[in-house]
Design a protein around this ligand. Structure first.
Ligand code: SAM
Length: 338
């Protein structure tokens, strides 16, 4: 790509013949290695639009638009995206249906921790709802997926996790990830119960004492028993008890989230004795009892868990007999603090 693309574009505006503009644009496009990176692809596609525009006026319009996008940064309130170049962010999902076929297994990411979410979930949320050096809070850190993504995206991160054995492994993983990224992110892993942990003292090491995004990936009630601890949400005896505890966690962290900023809850439903238990919607209502507004209900595909692998036919048969559908989705519920 020519470095002086802005000059080249400005010069195009003084040309009076479509054919001459076409030649010049062709030349500029040939100089770009497409597929190299998001920005080059963006410039290439925009040049192509200039090339294909029918009238001289339309060509000028697209040239001016590209010039503007390269010279003026249109800030977004919650992230680092330049909205004047919105077309280049083809990696950002804006639909409410997320079909992600493969888990990102790069670096320290792995599926070893039973019940962890795929890294693409925090990756999308962090890119969309925080800026560099802002603080992400994860109230159920587990194997540290959110923290790894925060490190890679140059955000700071606080994670709370109840289980000390899980924390030991996660600390190792995070150390390696920080090293391989030569990261300057400030991170803090808190061993404790998200319902009661006092965040004040732990946030001292951060310049700001509030977070700009909260990600919550609680146990889906009792589907997976994460530990034997009574305080573990997966050990609550009834759905009401689970929701009460979940509500206490929201209450405990809400003061530490900036107003106008986002809270994301990743959650799925379950069957109990032939009845669908809508944990997701019950959790959504629990959040909406507080000072939040609902921004999106995202449905994400959910592929076989190891417990169902190889048993697809059996489950299909059971579904046909029992008159139910096999879970293939979970929710990412997105709220904004009022
Ligand atoms: C669904 S997993 C989160 C997985 C995480 N997103 C990851 O990618 O590894 C839920 C986690 O919450 C933890 N947990 C359960 N109850 C908790 C509580 N009251 N406070 C803090 N952590 C809790 C469990 O130990 C478990 O690691």
């Amino acid at each position: 790509m020519p470095n002086n693309i802005k000059n080249e574009l400005s010069k195009l505006l003084s040309l009076k013949r479509k054919a001459t503009i076409k030649n010049k644009v062709n030349h500029m496009m040939n100089a770009i290695q497409i597929n190299k990176d998001m920005h080059s692809r963006y410039i290439y596609n925009e040049l192509n639009q200039i090339l294909e525009a029918d009238s001289l006026n339309r060509k000028y319009y697209y040239i001016n638009r590209l010039l503007k996008s390269l010279t003026q940064f249109k800030k977004s309130k919650y992230n680092d995206l330049n909205l004047n170049q919105w077309k280049k962010y083809d990696d950002i999902i804006t639909d409410s249906l997320w079909l992600i076929d493969k888990r990102d297994k790069t670096g320290e990411h792995s599926a070893k921790y039973w019940g962890n979410f795929i890294p693409q979930i925090p990756n999308q949320l962090i890119k969309r709802f925080t800026k560099k050096n802002e603080l992400v809070l994860d109230t159920f850190l587990g194997s540290g997926t959110t923290m790894i993504e925060s490190i890679r995206l140059q955000r700071n991160c606080v994670g709370i996790e109840l289980n000390p054995e899980v924390i030991k492994k996660t600390e190792e993983i995070i150390k390696k990830e920080i090293k391989s990224n030569e990261s300057k992110s400030i991170i803090k892993i808190i061993k404790g119960d998200s319902k009661t942990v006092s965040l004040d003292k732990h946030l001292k090491k951060f310049k700001k004492k509030t977070a700009q995004l909260v990600i919550m990936h609680p146990p889906y009630w009792d589907i997976i028993k994460f530990s034997k601890f009574k305080k573990d949400l997966s050990n609550t005896e009834t759905i009401e008890h689970f929701l009460d505890d979940f509500g206490l966690i929201i209450d405990n962290v809400t003061d530490y989230l900036d107003s106008d900023r986002y809270l994301a809850v990743v959650i799925g439903d379950k069957y109990n004795k032939g009845e669908w238990i809508p944990i997701g919607f019950r959790v959504m209502n629990e959040v909406l009892k507080r000072d939040y507004k609902l921004k999106s209900i995202i449905v994400k595909n959910y592929e076989e868990t190891s417990s169902k692998k190889g048993q697809e036919n059996l489950w299909r048969y059971r579904a046909l007999v029992g008159g139910f559908y096999i879970f293939k989705h979970e929710y990412i519920l997105l709220f904004q603090k009022k």
